[in-house]
Structure formats: structure tokens, C-alpha cells
Design a protein around this ligand. Structure first.
Ligand SMILES: CSC[C@H]1O[C@H](OP(=O)(O)O)[C@H](O)[C@@H]1O
Ligand code: ADE
Length: 296
């Protein structure tokens, strides 16, 4: 991938409550082998409005994986291996802002990564790589998904900072207040990190939609968050997510110009390990993620 046109393939990572999507032509669940382990589930592939789509339920059908056990590297690698160019992440999220109400969508553009028990990079000893995540989401893809959600009649907030916590417990009241008042986070969830960082390493455009389910624990009128409260909003949000996805392919189109923000060239100059010092086994595992720059 470089300066030339390619074919769009939209990869969707569905969060809690979103385990399938509808309306795909030739919908088929396929198994994808990854050298990074087993992805969360099979991936549903198909076409919508002439655009290729791939859908992966982040927690697996039946909600098998906790936020800490989601195989983030295998998931991103499998999507890349299938030919995905653009990843939309849809996630159940709490809100730290009165105006970002349950049922609203927030197109996230920044993250604070508080996770600590996950593998966060495809790179390591024998092939060291450093990518920039100063701007961790793709503005082109984010604008398209915001437009798609508006087309579906959803209240959309463009821009917001997502606090990624380890979980699986929700935050204490003191944490909730600190994230909101001191750190300036807008929404909270448990899964967008390291997913966003790995998508950048894999040179995939990544946009994240926080589908608001609750006000976490800070809101004096709403009390503390619990799963029952979240589930009450989750199913409606999942339907809104599906409607957003139906509108998205027509907005992106099948022919894809290179990303104007450089997401698909993130590995230019990123790998520091000299070719003769690289670990052959790791380089082989990086065939899909970094084959463009590593060759082979
Ligand atoms: C069901 S509440 C907690 C759970 O839901 C979110 O998952 P996802 O981001 O995959 O929608 C949140 O991050 C937690 O993992
Ligand atoms: N309040 C919250 N905190 C963390 N993850 C969430 N997912 C949905 N709501 C959440």
C-alpha cells in the first residue's frame, strides 16, 4: 500500500451486545488462522453496497472473553490478513459528560491507556518498532462513521477522550471523579486499548464509536453503574450500531484513496532493528502486519 488506489474493506469490531450484523450479501463466517493466536471468534465476511465487510465480535459469540483476555493482537492480525483497510470499533461505554447521554454515540479521537495486563505491541526483541499514536484515530474514517450515525438518526458527538481501564470491575467513585474532573476524560470503557495501538502498528485506519450506556458512577442523579443498567441500554445501542454500519459503505465507497493522514503508512521509518539483526521467527509472524515494510 502506498500512493495508489486500493479496494476498501471495512472491518468492524463489535463490542458487548453486538455479536453479529445484518444485511451483508454472501454473508459467511470464516475462520482465520493467525500466528498471534486464536482470534475472538470466526469473522463474518460479505458485501454491503459493493463494499467488502468483515465483522468480528470482540468478546466472541456468547461473550466468552473478558476485556483482559480478548486476543487483541490475533484480532487485528486476522482482520489485516483478510484484507481489511479500515477498522470501526463499536463499544459499550460509560459517560463522564452530562450532554453525552445514554443512547448517544461519541466518535472518540483520543485515549488515556490505563490498561496493564495485556500484550500491547506486535514488535519486540528482534524486531523493534515505534509508531506514533499522538493521533490514534483516523479523522477520515471518524468523519465517515459520524456521518453514517447521523444518517441513522443518532445523536453523535464528534471528538472525545476514552479512558481505557483494565476492569473487569467498574471504577470506584474516586476514580470516576478523577478521570472526569482531573484527567478530562469524556467516556470510559475496557477494550479500546491496546486495540487502537495495534491497529496503528498494522497500518489500519481505526475509528472508535463509544455507544453510551451509562454515566459511570460520578453522576449524583444516576448512582453507581451496574451491568443491569448497562444491558437495559445496550440492545437499543446495538441496533443503532447496525443502522450506522448499513449507511457507512456508501459513504466510504469501494475505491480507496491512500489515507490523507498516513495511517496506512505508519511503519515508514518505524522499525529500528537492523535487517541483519532481526529475529527471523518474529519477522515471519509480522508478515501480515508489517510485510509492506519488512518485505517477504
Ligand atoms: C457490558 S459492560 C462492560 C464491558 O462492555 C464494554 O465492552 P466493549 O468495549 O467490548 O463493548 C466494556 O469495555 C466492558 O468490557
Ligand atoms: N461505566 C463503564 N465503565 C467501564 N466500561 C464500561 N462499559 C460500559 N459502561 C462502562
Amino acid at each position: 500500500m502506498g500512493a495508489e488506489m486500493t479496494q476498501t474493506m471495512i472491518g468492524v469490531i463489535g463490542g458487548s451486545g453486538l455479536y453479529d450484523i445484518d444485511g451483508l450479501e454472501d454473508a459467511t463466517w470464516v475462520s482465520v488462522e493467525s500466528p498471534w493466536g486464536k482470534p475472538s471468534d470466526q469473522i463474518m465476511t460479505g458485501t454491503l453496497d459493493g463494499v467488502r465487510m468483515a465483522f468480528l465480535p470482540r468478546h466472541g459469540r456468547g461473550h466468552v472473553h473478558s476485556p483482559s483476555t480478548v486476543p487483541y493482537r490475533a484480532n487485528i492480525d486476522a482482520l489485516k490478513r483478510l484484507g481489511v483497510t479500515d477498522v470501526i470499533s463499536l463499544s459499550a461505554s460509560g459517560s463522564f459528560r452530562e450532554e453525552m447521554a445514554p443512547g448517544d454515540f461519541v466518535v472518540v479521537d483520543q485515549f488515556i491507556d490505563r490498561t496493564f495486563a495485556r500484550e500491547k505491541s506486535f514488535f519486540g526483541a528482534g524486531c523493534v518498532g515505534h509508531v506514533s499514536v499522538a493521533h490514534p484515530t483516523c479523522p477520515r474514517l471518524g468523519a465517515a462513521v459520524a456521518q453514517a450515525a447521523r444518517t441513522a438518526g443518532i445523536t453523535v458527538h464528534e471528538g472525545g477522550t476514552y479512558l481505557a481501564m483494565e476492569g473487569p470491575q467498574f471504577s470506584t467513585l474516586a476514580e470516576s471523579r478523577m478521570y472526569r474532573e482531573v484527567w478530562g476524560a469524556d467516556v470510559i470503557g475496557m477494550t479500546n486499548m491496546p486495540e487502537a495501538k495495534l491497529a496503528r502498528e498494522a497500518e489500519l485506519c481505526y475509528a472508535s464509536v463509544a455507544m453510551i450506556t451509562d454515566y459511570d458512577s460520578w453522576h449524583p442523579q444516576h448512582g453507581e453503574v451496574d451491568v443491569a443498567q448497562i444491558i437495559a441500554t445496550l440492545m437499543g445501542n446495538a441496533d443503532k450500531g447496525r443502522e450506522t454500519l448499513r449507511a457507512l459503505p456508501a459513504l466510504l465507497g469501494a475505491d480507496r484513496a491512500p489515507c490523507p493522514h498516513g495511517c496506512d503508512r505508519a511503519l515508514d521509518n518505524a522499525i529500528l532493528t537492523a535487517p541483519e539483526a532481526r529475529d527471523a521467527a518474529l519477522v515471519a509472524k509480522l508478515d501480515a502486519v508489517a510485510g509492506r515494510v519488512l518485505g517477504g
